[in-house]
Design a protein around this ligand. Structure first.
Ligand SMILES: [Zn+2]
Length: 434
């Protein structure tokens, strides 16, 4: 080759180099992608669902990988080429049942982009997370003995466990009653055999889940005590409609009084009951009460828990509902004592209950005082057993002055009569706690 030829190839080489350099400058940005791994918790298990989020603003994403290290053992969890022109990606994964042991694990997640940086391998981001791997479900021991529970009544279960629990409690059909840590590593759960649950079809079980979501279900000695509930019929007079429906016409405008009654007795009642169920989680993990619950003094029972009521209007049945409390009649505007020591969690006008107070006694146990003419406490107050909290009345859906007293377990209404009975409390609660 002559010298002119050499110069030509040298210039060609120089041009190519400049071109490549310019291209590298454009395509070879140096910013690695963003990468996050959640959840960031100290203990995980096979049910833990991890989410890996990667994003890049300068280049497309190229490849995603997750490996798990346990000592010298490495297990590939996720390995994926990302589709072209992707700049955001979210991947979910769980740890495999095979290849990992019940010991600490380090997850290493990496993502690369399509930058020409690092000789074409792209920018790389890495996240490293060390955590305990718990593959074993908790071991639960039921400590309380027999649980003979009245239909519509309450029960109390005491149990212990070999590890910290994220969630535990008694499942009764579709109803879940949470348990709470009690003294000395023990747990306590107040649960109900709800009025509407068929005791022959449903067997309550204790369920528990540890911090790594390993779950276990345990049976316990349970015997339902079947109850016969009363049936009764209530006559709805025009006089009643005229005197009581005025409270509700604003909520249901443009309807006849009997139609307002039907809306209030079904729709509003269901809404109020659902609200009380939600309120069931407003509780403290401690037992604020002791002894029996105080009953309205010098009162006569008018209606009981579980009474099935047919509402009659002009000799025709127009509605049917179940009464989920105890109606007690005394003198008009009688002072109402708090059933037991507790916290005021509701003190306001609420639908069919009229002026109502709900007290939390801890561990999901609530008492309810309804149709009051006066409320003497505020939400957030602490009240002592027997302290006067209001006066009886006929607000809400009440035909005459009386106290509607209710007891609830995690927001589910139960037989109040049990809580006035020292024998029932001893056999079903205190004996189990000691
Ligand atoms: Zn009532």
């Amino acid at each position: 080759m002559n010298s002119r030829g050499s110069v030509f190839f040298f210039l060609l080489f120089l041009t190519l180099l400049c071109g490549l350099g310019a291209l590298y400058y454009v395509k070879g940005e140096w910013t690695p992608p963003m990468l996050t791994l959640t959840p960031q918790q100290s203990t995980v298990g096979l049910k833990t669902v991890f989410t890996l989020t990667a994003a890049d603003t300068d280049s497309d994403l190229r490849r995603l990988e997750v490996v798990a290290h346990q000592g010298s053992n490495t297990v590939s969890i996720l390995s994926k080429d990302i589709a072209p022109q992707t700049r955001d990606i979210q991947e979910q994964f769980s740890l495999p049942a095979q290849g990992l042991k019940n010991e600490p694990v380090t997850l290493v997640a990496t993502v690369t982009d399509t930058s020409w940086h690092r000789f074409g391998r792209g920018n790389k981001a890495e996240v490293r997370q060390e955590m305990a791997l718990d593959l074993k479900p908790p071991v639960i021991s039921v400590l309380s003995g027999q649980h003979n529970v009245n239909q519509g009544g309450a029960g109390c279960l005491v149990y212990s466990t070999n590890e910290e629990l994220a969630r535990s409690g008694v499942q009764v059909g579709s109803y879940f009653f949470p348990g709470y840590p009690y003294q000395g590593g023990k747990y306590i759960c107040f649960f109900a055999l709800p009025y509407e649950v068929d005791p022959k079809a449903v067997t309550p079980v204790l369920v528990a889940e540890d911090l790594a979501n390993n779950a276990v279900t345990t049976g316990f000695f349970f015997r339902p005590l079947l109850k016969k509930f009363k049936h009764d019929s209530i006559n709805i007079s025009d006089n009643f409609l005229q005197s009581k429906m005025g409270q509700f016409v604003d909520i249901y405008p443009g309807l006849s009084l009997v139609d307002v009654f039907l809306k209030v007795n079904s729709e509003l009642r269901a809404k109020n009951v659902a609200f009380l169920k939600e309120l069931g989680t407003d509780t403290v993990p401690q037992m604020l009460w002791e002894g029996t619950f105080v009953r309205l003094p010098n009162s006569a029972p008018m209606a009981g828990f579980g009474d099935n009521r047919t509402y009659m209007y002009q000799n025709n049945p127009i509605d049917n509902q179940t009464h989920l409390g105890a109606d007690l009649a005394s003198l008009v505007t009688s002072p109402v004592p708090a059933g037991n020591t507790g916290r005021v969690i509701l003190a306001e006008f609420m639908g069919i209950y009229g002026n109502v107070i709900v007290l939390d006694h801890g561990f999901g146990v609530h008492s309810l005082y309804s149709h009051l003419s006066e409320i003497h406490v505020h939400k957030g107050d602490t009240v002592q057993r027997s302290q006067i909290i209001g006066k009886t009345g006929a607000t809400g859906m009440a035909g005459g002055d009386h106290l509607h007293f209710g007891m609830l377990i995690s927001g589910i209404q139960v037989q109040p009569i049990e809580w006035w009975d020292s024998h029932w409390i001893r056999d079903n609660i205190t004996a189990k706690l000691n």
